[in-house]
Design a protein around this ligand. Structure first.
Ligand SMILES: Cc1cc2nc3c(=O)[nH]c(=O)nc-3n(C[C@H](O)[C@H](O)[C@H](O)COP(=O)(O)O)c2cc1C
Length: 201
């Protein structure tokens, strides 16, 4: 079996919902199994309370040293001022030992994100995160326009770009990922799984 790990950080749940849609897409490829992990929280409980953060999901917390066991990754994280959330960056900062040994070199990775607003950093968040993949020698698998017609439809507000799937959470977090955005997630998962399987073979 080809192993794809979906590794995410989510404060309000949007990225978690998207991770589950990505998993569906990964599992649609025969011979590929998907596992969802979340990265460790770095904010104290008191701060999380003040931010009205809901309780975390039950997905296991990733141990960064285990990453070499996977054949491919899909990383998901919300934006913070147009870049990845610090919790995700802390996770990547804990992979120095793997970097030193080149343990992730040649492994494929796709990414997805969430912003409050349109123009809030969908593309910059994923574009700036490519540096993490580049330094590890990982192979970035962007979404391109694989999701088809929905990528060209400008009638309704939607997240996502050729850099990877995205959702618009709204400033108060009230908007949930739409069908179109979840479809992008499934397509991206399927695409990454296909590449990971070919590379493993
Ligand atoms: C400190 C901070 C900075 C943020 N910066 C941005 C931003 O630059 N652009 C934007 O659209 N949303 C911004 N947001 C909103 C988050 O991206 C939004 O809450 C998140 O995408 C929801 O995803 P989640 O439910 O998975 O946590 C910010 C939120 C916080 C707490």
């Amino acid at each position: 079996m080809t192993k794809v790990w979906i590794v995410y950080y989510s404060l309000y749940g949007h990225i978690k919902t998207m991770a589950e849609a990505v998993k569906k897409g990964v599992e649609s490829v025969e011979g590929v199994e998907a596992t969802i992990y979340q990265v460790a929280e770095t904010l104290p409980e008191e701060v999380l309370g003040k931010m009205h953060a809901p309780p975390k999901s039950d997905y296991p917390i990733i141990d960064p040293t285990t990453l070499p066991e996977a054949d491919g990754f899909v990383f998901g994280f919300p934006t913070r001022f147009g870049m990845m959330a610090a919790q995700m960056k802390s996770f990547f900062d804990a992979t120095g030992g793997l970097w030193q040994k080149g343990s992730l070199h040649g492994k494929p990775a796709a990414m997805f994100t969430s912003t409050a607003t349109q123009g809030g950093g969908q593309e910059t968040t994923l574009m700036t995160a490519v540096t993490q993949l580049a330094h590890h020698g990982m192979i970035y698998v962007p979404s391109g326009y694989a999701a088809g017609g929905i990528m060209f439809d400008v009638k309704d507000a939607r997240g996502g770009s050729p850099w990877g799937p995205g959702t618009l959470a709204a400033p108060d977090g009230s908007r949930q990922p739409s069908e179109v955005e979840l479809t992008q997630c499934e397509v991206a998962g399927k695409q990454l799984a296909t590449v990971a399987k070919k590379l493993k073979a």
